[in-house]
Design a protein around this ligand. Structure first.
Ligand code: SF4
Ligand code: FES
Length: 273
């Protein structure tokens, strides 16, 4: 293990908790890997004067500024919206996808969640279907291919129909909206001992399959998306339930049961036709 000392002492870091105030001191063990086919290792950094009000990603930003000031390569990690919407942030924090707070994406996690003096291990998602590209960045294009296989509806061109023309029962609309909350982060895969993508795929199948607009392709959708999920090398679901525990949108494992029912029904209907 290489020891590197970085002290985040930039103005940005100090300003976040008041001039002259003392912040937290953290020891970070961060996965560093120069490329997909290179060996990786945990590298130790000392992060000093960290504001409790910083987000986890801001803490890494400050660390990176310091690394660059010292002429070192910054730590590569994914982020985009930084408000729990896009699903890009994807860090394994002390062995838990997105860290210790339930229903919280990495970008919404604040340093006050941790104790002063704590050691934090930061790794990328670990899954055969999500190969590491660099440091903490993994390739999640397998999810894109599952969506491309069937995560859409066919709509007739022309003016949109009035929304009130299509009546949907409130419980059904709520269930569809809950499933649609999936941000495609991949935490469910990272947490699953089998590396299964069932919660993600089930959420995408459910949010269209529950609504009238999703009915024409319902059977074709579930068959194609499950087939693509298998083809990507994700493991099978054996109902461990780890996925729903770490999902930042708290999507229920019941969604997988719904997908399995849809899959069986679609298979029967296809066999009949
Ligand atoms: S189901 Fe939850 S954990 Fe899985 S990709 Fe969607 S939001 Fe992320
Ligand atoms: S950066 Fe978009 S959800 Fe975290």
């Amino acid at each position: 293990m290489t020891q590197t000392v970085a002290e985040p002492a930039t103005e940005r870091g100090r300003d976040a908790h008041g001039a002259g105030g003392r912040g937290m001191h953290l020891t970070l063990h961060v996965w560093r890997q120069t490329g997909p086919n290179e060996p990786g290792r945990l590298v130790r950094y000392e992060a000093r004067d960290v504001s409790p009000d910083m987000s986890f990603l801001e803490m890494l930003d400050v660390l990176n500024e310091d690394l660059m000031a010292q002429g070192q390569e910054p730590i590569a990690f994914d982020s985009d919206c930084r408000e729990g919407i896009c699903g890009m942030c994807s860090l394994m924090i002390n062995g838990i996808p997105h860290g210790p707070l339930r229903g919280t994406a990495t970008c919404q996690l604040h340093m006050r969640t941790f104790r002063d003096g704590e050691t934090i291990t930061i790794e990328p998602w670990r899954s055969r279907a999500f190969p590491v590209l660099k440091d903490l960045v993994v390739d999640r294009s397998a999810f894109d291919r599952i969506i491309a296989a069937g995560g859409y509806i066919t709509a007739t061109p022309g003016g949109p129909r009035d929304a009130n023309e299509i009546l949907i029962a409130k419980p059904t609309a709520d269930e569809a909206m809950d499933a649609a909350a999936c941000i495609g982060c991949g935490a469910c895969v990272a947490a699953c001992p089998n590396g299964s993508a069932s919660l993600f795929t089930a959420a995408k199948v459910a949010h269209l399959g529950l609504l009238p607009q999703g009915q024409p392709e319902r059977d074709r959708r579930v068959l194609a998306m499950v087939a693509q999920m298998d083809a990507e090398g994700f493991g099978g679901c054996t109902l461990h339930g780890e996925c729903q525990e770490v999902c930042p949108k708290e999507i229920s494992i019941d969604t997988i049961s719904r997908m399995n029912r849809d899959f069986l029904t679609a298979n029967l209907r296809t066999a009949d036709s």
